[in-house]
Design a protein around this ligand. Sequence first.
Ligand SMILES: [Zn+2]
Length: 55
Amino acid sequence: MECTGCAGAKLITIRMRIAGEEIEFRRCSKCEVNHWADGSGDITLDEVLELARTR
Ligand SMILES: [Zn+2]
């Protein structure tokens, strides 16, 4: 998987489970942009925090 920010750099992918949801965290080693995604697509960090807080 490649970074959408700088197109080309490798992303570090970490899968974790938050409040029963499979969450994927991707971090670009080049531009240090963070991406979050759940089963249905990209989500924002705010949504991740919301998930962790409300369940
Ligand atoms: Zn990048």
